[in-house]
Write a protein that binds this ligand. Structure first.
Ligand code: PEP
Ligand code: MN
Length: 264
């Protein structure tokens, strides 16, 4: 169902208020790795509004390698996130980690994110097949593209056709970067499926200075959009600060992404 053999026409998702994802538009989503506070959201939302970015990312349920790391503000954070975003015309993408969260989060998100660690959480995928909100599925940490497509197939076959695929880097033998952003995935997925493909260069390379070049490369490779981490003070971020852009870096990247997209 997610293949081009089933549907030739590219899938375009409409989030409302003129925000669309897919063929014909460059989707930009930026924001902190984790939602931390009202003040933090205030500053990033102002940055997004100033730069005409309509989608904000930010986790309230965080899959952390260590149980002692910051694990997110949960529903309390999401309710505030939602209230503040609504007031500014910003759409929300945030990670759902388990089946029980789907219902409680439903009314507060615009796009559910399935994280790399949950790409093959088939119960979660089944549950998301039953909702009427878009779902962005990230590629598994050691996942093949075929596995990513199978995960999308779970949601699609469950009845939810509002899907986005996200290349976020894979684990390889290379240790110079956090992950290896597999840009091969972009043209391959674009050819195999009708779904929008988004690149996450923050997790893909994991090093702030290299996020922008990889984001630009992702767009040139044919991605429908870029999702990356941004924060007013990345060095103080509760998670993933090392791969998070400050507002100057973010504003420059946004300008360059739009230029590069126009060249395609
Ligand atoms: C995130 O988006 O902050 C995140 C945890 O991403 P991933 O699932 O790709 O590691
Ligand atoms: Mn992160």
């Amino acid at each position: 169902l997610v293949s081009r053999k089933w549907r030739v026409r590219p899938t375009v998702l409409d989030l409302g208020d003129g925000v669309r994802i897919g063929e014909g538009t460059l989707t930009l989503a930026a924001g902190p790795c984790s939602i931390e506070s009202e003040a933090q959201m205030e500053s990033i939302m102002q940055h997004l509004v100033d730069n005409d970015v309509r989608i904000m990312r930010g986790g309230v349920y965080k899959p952390r390698s260590s149980p002692y790391s910051f694990r997110g503000l949960g529903m309390e954070g999401l309710r505030l996130f939602h209230q503040m975003a609504r007031a500014r015309g910003i759409k929300i993408i945030t990670e759902v980690m388990q089946v029980s969260q789907v219902e409680e989060m439903h009314d507060y998100v615009d796009v559910f994110q399935v994280g790399a660690r949950n790409t093959q959480n088939f119960n979660l995928l089944d549950a998301l097949g039953g909702v009427d909100k878009p779902v962005m599925i990230k590629r598994g940490i050691s996942g093949t593209l075929e596995e990513l497509l199978s995960s999308a197939e779970y949601v699609f076959s469950g009845g939810n056709e509002k899907l986005i695929l996200c290349e976020r880097g894979i684990r390889t033998f290379e240790t110079a970067s956090r992950n290896t952003l597999d840009l091969n995935a972009v043209p391959i997925l674009k050819e195999k499926t009708h779904l929008p493909v988004i690149v996450d260069p923050s997790h893909g390379i994991g090093i702030r200075d290299y996020v922008a070049p990889m984001a630009l490369a992702g767009v040139m490779a044919g991605a429908d959009g870029i999702i990356y981490e941004a924060h007013e003070t990345p060095e103080k971020a509760a998670s993933d600060g090392a791969q998070t852009l400050n507002f100057d870096e973010s504003a420059r990247l946004i300008r360059n992404l739009r230029r590069v997209y126009a060249l395609r």
